[in-house]
Design a protein around this ligand. Structure first.
Ligand code: FUC
Length: 754
């Protein structure tokens, strides 16, 4: 059971007589500048522009090049890239609890953000509670029993063997500190034991403690490193004083105060959205619900699992992405290994972006803070990368990055060249603005990032063979096929960036710049072609194989998360559908999650639901973590976003309620979803029909609702005054002018009202 506060995470494993609380601090990484001078952020000393020119020339001549050929010219072996590390484990052993227990229960309360384990042994009821507090930056564990004197234990803090270790006794606790061998990154962790009744004594082994016959025990645990998100040396303050201060402050606060503060903080985020898909409560455990899914005789139990999976994704985002630390990585914040898959890093050809798909629409906008801090910090090295690889202005990065500003390339042929990653990350800034209408953010944070990414592409685009169309070259559609010029995904991402930047420039009254971008957009190949078998082409030439079921569907970016293919473009929608059908519903967790979103954008609720069901069966572990395999968190976040996308869409400047409601969710309700334009939406539906919806509008301005609702006799009332602001009628879209802070109700007109 994962718990976390963004900076720290722990996996509650729930052992009875022996317990391991494995935990993480997100900045503990090997690699980086401290690992040796060979670390160069992935940026070559020598300019690569000649190599780039040669590859471009060959591509123009031959039309395509194998990834193995291109990687020889443009790939580089990454030095000291590093791995995200497990911090360590609090090891607890409980004498007297060996052997069978009764009524064992392991529980994760998503609403409170508290894990617990309970059981009975020899007539005594035991309970253990765990949470990670964001306000107090501490992991807290409480052990209790319903009889006095029943809590006895031994506690020690262990760390992996790839670092120096110094153990110091502290008052009622232990500090473990040292540095990673690989890069000398300093770390410090500390725990403190508070006991009621019984006694606490130092054990023989240095740093270990024994509790004898206490009534209850509270353990506080913390961790920090000497890392700071600051190019080029990423060096922060020594961590030991920090953990010392955190523990001292947490000891000052009673357990109840820590709990109350944690609960209030967590609930303030989590409770914003409630989802009822027509689920029924069940006595089954989560693994049982999953095992019985979907052939369960009680469909309401399937819906329970689906609603739970949605909220679990929101829970995971709160637990792995809070201000003041790094964004959620491939494993969120949870990693038990020294060499996790893909280094548990930040892949930016889908994965990091997908992690943040649910953030806005499921009303957790604050969780994007770490993403923006992280990307902001990539700009400085990213400028050097743009210069060395392209001789271009602006900033760029490629397939993957770490916490040490890696912005260069690796040497894996089919996954190393993705310079469109910057454009994709910039989309998140603009979407953050669209959802929240925070002008200050647009001006001071979003626009500079978007403009920097745009400047790069203004230099990096090349004129096509006809001398006119602007193309990305070299271009590579993840993670298969040949290198070509102007693959669909490359063109669409640049289109998205330039369009968003132009819109932002207009909002900020940067008219000259907007005009310049309009000129470029007129020449930019938009990356949208319908091919010989009706598919949306993945490449500029019609190369698509109808038998190809590769997991990446990057050429559908324009449909989702892009906004390039609109509801009116029927031919392109049909082509996207042909492509999706050909690619099939399978894939790894994130690939399935993406397809849930894509089918939702296609307004095919039943198909979106079917792919979600596949994901639950094929790519979900018993604790509901997404498995790639192994565990990779993007699929959780992508599916949570996909469920929201089935219920509410607002990408086309209009709000569409229940755009892709599947038959399986015929009756239900949701509250607190967010639509672009700073609108918070709650709604209820029955037998597949919308009953009513409430909008709370955050800014003055027009709210636009899609017309299909209005065909069915609806009206919109300004709630405080009950004044009707819009009724059904002719026209594609109905809109009204909303007042900031006011509430509006959309409802069906029943006969007696008329
Ligand atoms: C991309 C994907 C892989 C995996 C990796 C972390 O390269 O193609 O499937 O998710 O990222």
């Amino acid at each position: 059971m994962p718990i976390g506060n963004g900076a720290m995470g722990a996996a509650v494993q729930g052992g009875v007589a022996q317990e391991t609380l494995q935990y993480n601090e997100k900045t503990l990484w090997t690699g980086g500048p401290g690992a040796g001078d060979a670390y160069d952020y992935g940026i070559p000393d020598q300019s690569y522009t000649d190599r780039l020119a040669r590859v471009r020339k060959l591509l123009r001549e031959k039309g395509a090049l194998s990834p193995e050929t291109v990687v020889k010219s443009l790939g580089r072996k990454a030095q000291h890239y590093g791995h995200y590390q497990s911090f360590g484990a609090l090891q607890l052993s409980y004498p007297g609890l060996d052997g069978a227990v009764e009524d064992y229960r392991r529980h994760l309360d998503l609403q409170d953000g508290i894990a617990s384990v309970s059981f009975r042994k020899d007539g005594v009821q035991y309970r253990r509670e765990y949470f990670v507090s964001y306000p107090d930056q501490v992991i807290v564990m409480r052990l209790s029993a319903d009889h006095p004197g029943k809590i006895s234990l031994q506690a020690a803090l262990n760390v992996p063997d790839n670092r120096s270790v110094k153990r110091q006794w502290r008052e009622a606790g232990t500090r473990v500190s040292g540095a990673l061998e690989d890069n000398q990154l300093a770390y410090a962790g500390e725990f403190h034991i508070e006991h009621t009744g019984g006694k606490l004594v130092r054990a023989e082994k240095k740093g270990s403690w024994t509790v004898e016959q206490a009534d209850s025990v509270v353990i506080r645990l913390s961790a920090a490193t000497g890392y700071a998100l600051q190019y080029p040396d990423y060096q922060g303050k020594p961590p030991a004083p920090k953990v010392g201060a955190v523990i001292a402050a947490a000891v000052e606060k009673k357990y109840d105060a820590l709990l109350t503060r944690h609960r209030a903080d967590h609930r303030a985020l989590f409770e914003r959205v409630a989802l009822d898909l027509g689920q029924s409560p069940s006595d089954k455990t989560t693994p049982m619900l999953l095992a019985d899914y979907p052939s369960n005789n009680t469909p309401a139990e399937n819906r329970l699992l689906e609603a739970l999976y949605f909220q679990f994704g929101r829970y995971l985002l709160i637990a792995s992405s809070r201000d003041g630390s790094l964004p959620a990585n491939l494993q969120g914040v949870w990693n038990h290994s020294k060499t996790p898959p893909w280094n548990a890093d930040y892949h930016v050809n889908i994965n990091l972006q997908m992690n943040y798909w649910p953030a806005e629409v499921t009303n957790l906008s604050e969780t994007t803070g770490p993403l923006f801090d992280f990307v902001d910090a990539l700009v400085e090295p990213g400028r050097r990368s743009a210069e060395q690889f392209y001789g271009a202005d602006g900033w760029t990065l490629f397939l993957n990055t770490n916490i040490w500003g890696f912005v260069g390339v690796i040497d894996w042929p089919t996954a190393f060249w993705q310079p469109e990653a910057g454009a994709w990350l910039a989309q998140h800034y603009y979407e953050h603005y669209l959802f929240n209408r925070d002008r200050e953010f647009l001006e001071n944070r979003a626009y500079p990032i978007m403009q920097g990414a745009t400047e790069f592409w203004l230099d990096a685009l090349v004129a096509g063979p006809d001398g006119e169309a602007l193309l990305v070259s070299p271009s590579y559609s993840p993670e298969h096929g040949d290198f070509t010029e102007g693959a669909a995904m490359s063109q669409q991402l640049v289109w998205d960036l330039l369009n968003n930047t132009r819109a932002a420039a207009l909002e900020l009254d940067e008219r000259a710049y907007a005009k310049k971008l309009s000129g470029v957009l007129e020449r930019l190949d938009p990356g949208l072609r319908v091919g010989s078998w009706g598919q949306l082409q993945e490449w500029r030439a019609d190369l698509d194989d109808p038998e190809n079921t590769h997991r990446h569907v990057s050429h559908l970016f324009a449909l989702h998360p892009g906004r390039q293919i609109t509801a009116e473009q029927e031919a392109l929608l049909a082509a996207a559908k042909t492509t999706l059908n050909a690619r099939g519903d399978g894939g790894t967790g994130w690939a399935q999650a993406w397809k849930v979103n894509l089918w939702a954008r296609m307004k095919e609720g039943n198909r979106a639901h079917k792919v979600l069901a596949d994901q639950l069966q094929d790519s979900t572990l018993p604790n509901l973590w997404d498995t790639h395999p192994p565990f990779q968190i993007d699929g959780n976040f992508g599916a949570t976003a996909g469920i929201a996308e089935m219920l509410l869409q607002s990408h086309g400047e209009t709000i569409h309620l229940l755009p892709a409601l599947p038959d399986a969710w015929a009756t239900g309700s949701v509250s607190g979803l967010r639509a672009r334009g700073d609108v918070t939406v709650s709604m209820a539906w029955q037998d597949g029909q919308l009953q009513s919806a409430d909008f709370i509008v955050g800014v003055d301005g027009p709210v636009r609702l899609r017309s299909d609702l209005f065909r069915e006799n609806f009206r919109v009332q300004h709630l405080p005054t009950r004044k009707v602001v819009v009724v059904s009628g002719e026209g594609a879209v109905r809109q009204w002018s909303a007042q900031a802070g006011h509430r509006y109700r959309v409802e069906r007109i029943v006969q007696s009202d008329e």
